[in-house]
Write a protein that binds this ligand. Structure first.
Ligand SMILES: [Zn+2]
Length: 214
C-alpha cells in the first residue's frame, strides 16, 4: 500500500500529546494503522517530549513510561460502552479497536451513498461514521461548518486534482469547498470524523439538506 496523503505535523503532535478528542483520535489512529511513516513521526514527537521531561524533572518518569506511551498506538481510547459489532467485520481496512465500537447498520443518505454511525464517548465533540460510496459516483460541491477528517479504507476518491486511496488521510476545513468523484475500480469506503454540519449550495442543497444528517 502506498500512502501519499498524511495528517499535518500539528495533528500528529496533538495525537502524541493525547489532546485529541475521541473522534479525532480514532481518525488519526486509523491512518496510523496504515502508515509507517506517520507512526515514526509520532514516536519521534513522543521521544522529544520524553527528553524534555527528563531535563526538567529527572526523577519524574516511571521506568516503564516510554513503553506505556508507545503502547498507546496499539491501545486507542476505549469506547464508552464497548460491545460486539459483528457487522463491522465485513468492512475492509478497519483497525481492530474500531471494530469493537458500537455501530448501527448501513443507512441510505443519498443516491449511491450510505453511512454507518459509530458510537463514541459522549464527551467527544466529533462524530465518526463510515461512508460507502458507489463506484464512479459524483457528488456536487459542498463545504463544512467545521473540520472533516477522512481516512480511506477501500476504493478511492478524487477532488482538487488529487486522488485518495486506501490509507490516505484528507482534512477538509470550513474554507474548502470540493466536488468529489469516486474511483471506478469499486465502492469507496471511508472513515470520517466530523464536527459541524455539511453544507450544499443552491437548489440541490435546499432539496437534499433536509435529508442529509451526518
Ligand atoms: Zn501518514
Amino acid at each position: 500500500m502506498t500512502v501519499s496523503h498524511h495528517p499535518s505535523p500539528d495533528l500528529l503532535t496533538a495525537f502524541a500529546a493525547g489532546t485529541l478528542d475521541h473522534g479525532q483520535h480514532i481518525a488519526a489512529a486509523t491512518h496510523l494503522a496504515h502508515c509507517a511513516a506517520c507512526r515514526a513521526r509520532v514516536r519521534a514527537v513522543e521521544h522529544l517530549g520524553g527528553a524534555m521531561l527528563d531535563t526538567a524533572e529527572p526523577d519524574a518518569l516511571a521506568p516503564d513510561a516510554f513503553a506505556r506511551v508507545r503502547a498507546r498506538l496499539d491501545q486507542p481510547v476505549p469506547a464508552a460502552a464497548p460491545q460486539p459489532a459483528p457487522g463491522l467485520s465485513d468492512v475492509p481496512g478497519l483497525p481492530d479497536f474500531v471494530r469493537r465500537l458500537p455501530a448501527g447498520g448501513w443507512s441510505w443518505v443519498a443516491p449511491g451513498l450510505h453511512m454507518r454511525r459509530l458510537g463514541l464517548d459522549p464527551s467527544s465533540a466529533t462524530r465518526v461514521f463510515l461512508l460507502r460510496s458507489r463506484a464512479g459516483a459524483k457528488f456536487i460541491s459542498h463545504s463544512h461548518t467545521g473540520f472533516e477528517m477522512t481516512c480511506v479504507l477501500a476504493g478511492s476518491f478524487s477532488h482538487g486534482g488529487e486522488r485518495y486511496a486506501a490509507g490516505d488521510f484528507d482534512l477538509g476545513t470550513p474554507d474548502i469547498s470540493h466536488d468529489i468523484e469516486i474511483g471506478s475500480e469499486g465502492p469507496c469506503i471511508s472513515l470520517v470524523a466530523m464536527q459541524g454540519a455539511l453544507e450544499l449550495p443552491g437548489l440541490l442543497g435546499r432539496l437534499f439538506q433536509p435529508f442529509i444528517r451526518f
